[in-house]
Design a protein around this ligand. Structure first.
Ligand SMILES: C[S@@+](CC[C@H](N)C(=O)[O-])C[C@H]1O[C@@H](n2cnc3c(N)ncnc32)[C@H](O)[C@@H]1O
Length: 191
């Protein structure tokens, strides 16, 4: 089956992903803390872009941990490499929903503003379950379809937390929590 890429974020707009305004807007250390990322973990930044979350994730896991930044866009990964990430960050070029990592190899997956871009979501959920170790955690941050503001992707492209939860349950995730939301976005985690 083939899928169009109309939902995919335009790599030409990558500079906007690392703006100071965006840092203030989303407060990465706070949301990563709420999601439960811990020191020493092996973490996967899914659809990392130029590394807005990758670098605070690397701070959080520390040098005993590892952050793998996966993206389909070479430009995004080049921008991340150019920001001089610490040694415990690895870049992984690949096209979701496939994830070129072994079974049970990841402690924590961070999927920020990417779940809604990947088709088919059921296959993505199954791949996330496969690479996550038992007891590991997946955290999804994404745009609310019923958001108040106009920022973010076209509303028909968005996926609700309830839809994400259904795909995750079908893939074998058993616990889902909704620790945070605001007028535009939501965070959920699943194990
Ligand atoms: C909206 S951007 C978000 C980037 C980053 N997570 C952030 O919040 O700053 C979505 C990212 O997912 C990547 N992406 C979209 N579809 C993908 C796919 N099928 N496989 C891998 N990466 C993908 C895009 O290249 C882009 O970097």
């Amino acid at each position: 089956m083939t899928h169009s890429h109309e939902r995919r974020f335009d790599a030409a707009k990558r500079a906007g992903l690392t703006s100071a305004e965006r840092w203030v807007r989303w407060n990465p250390p706070h949301l990563l803390e709420l999601a439960g990322l811990q020191e020493g973990q092996t973490a996967l930044d899914l659809g990392s872009g130029p590394g807005f979350w990758t670098l605070p994730m690397a701070d959080k896991v520390g040098p005993q941990g590892l952050v793998i930044a996966l993206d389909v866009s070479p430009e995004m990964l080049e921008a991340l490499a150019a920001s001089n990430p610490p040694e415990h960050v690895r870049l992984l070029h690949g096209e979701l929903p496939a994830i070129d990592l072994p079974d049970d190899s990841i402690d924590f997956i961070w999927a920020a503003f990417v779940f809604h871009e990947v088709e088919p979501p059921a296959t993505l959920a199954a791949e996330l379950r496969r690479v996550l170790r038992p007891g590991g955690r997946l955290a999804v941050l994404d745009w609310r379809p019923d958001a108040e503001g106009e920022s973010g992707p076209p509303r028909p492209h968005r996926i609700s937390p309830q839809q994400v939860e259904q795909f995750l349950a079908a893939a074998g995730f058993v616990t889902v929590q909704h620790p945070w939301k605001d007028a535009d976005g939501y965070l959920l985690w699943a194990e």
